[in-house]
Design a protein. Structure first.
Length: 237
């Protein structure tokens, strides 16, 4: 009962924010039997029926929890290529017993190749970092290797991606724009959207959805927090 009430309050608040143009209303355009996996409290959904041990999965950002990656490996038997240059994340992974199919790479995804400042969260207990400076993060930063998606694929010898999951704190808009410009079209695209943060407008998310729609992506899932989205290219199913 409490959980239902909590979700109702959250939905009412979201509807009010939609009316105030602080949130966006986007509906699903395809219905599929999705599998729900969790990662550090976040809710990710994907269509596992079309995946197998040879599927190529990119998981951008490790953070405190690799349960999504491990569960997907156990479920499908595939390899997961994870990316995270955050020292805390890399140190934590060193102390874990990891399956052979979990492969970590210490660089970040961006819309250019080279190096960039990686800004730290104000809360020391948080592990999320960002390439984009804002009041949510400190001015403290360190230099990290950044690569475009196309260059990352070249490094790893991949010609396509079946699933791309990205949670990259504001940078998703530029990365997806670069991805589409490079004509890289993962079959499934799982994204945490950050238009609720400063310097990002809800129109950016509308434009993103339109750009994906133009290349045959359909919206298959939006989480109950309206932060995690799943787009799937129906023509690839």
């Amino acid at each position: 009962m409490f959980l239902k009430l909590k979700r109702l309050v959250r939905k009412l608040r979201w509807l009010i924010e939609c009316l105030l143009w602080k949130e966006i209303y986007i509906t699903k355009t395809i219905q599929l039997p999705l599998s729900r996996l969790w990662n550090d409290g976040w809710d990710w959904c994907l269509y596992t029926d079309v995946l197998n041990k040879d599927s190529i999965i990119y998981s951008i950002w490790v953070g405190n929890d690799i349960s999504f990656d491990i569960e997907l490996i156990d479920l499908i038997g595939c390899k997961v290529y994870a990316f995270d240059p955050t020292p805390k994340s890399l140190e934590r992974l060193k102390n874990q017993a990891l399956p052979d199919n979990f492969i970590i790479h210490p660089w970040w995804l961006a819309d250019y190749n080279g190096t960039a400042n990686f800004y730290s969260p104000k809360n020391n207990h948080h592990v999320s970092h960002t390439l984009i400076q804002s009041s949510t993060f400190t001015s403290n930063s360190f230099s990290v290797d950044v690569q475009t998606l196309s260059n990352s694929m070249k490094r790893l010898g991949h010609e396509h991606i079946d699933v791309l999951k990205i949670d990259i704190e504001w940078a998703e808009y530029a990365v997806i724009e670069d991805m589409l410009a490079s004509k890289i079209l993962p079959q499934q695209l799982l994204v945490e959207i950050h238009h609720r943060f400063e310097n990002i407008d809800i129109q950016d998310t509308r434009n993103l959805n339109k750009s994906l729609w133009d290349v045959w992506y359909k919206l298959a899932y939006v989480s109950h927090t309206w932060q995690e989205y799943t787009w799937i290219r129906e023509v690839d199913l």
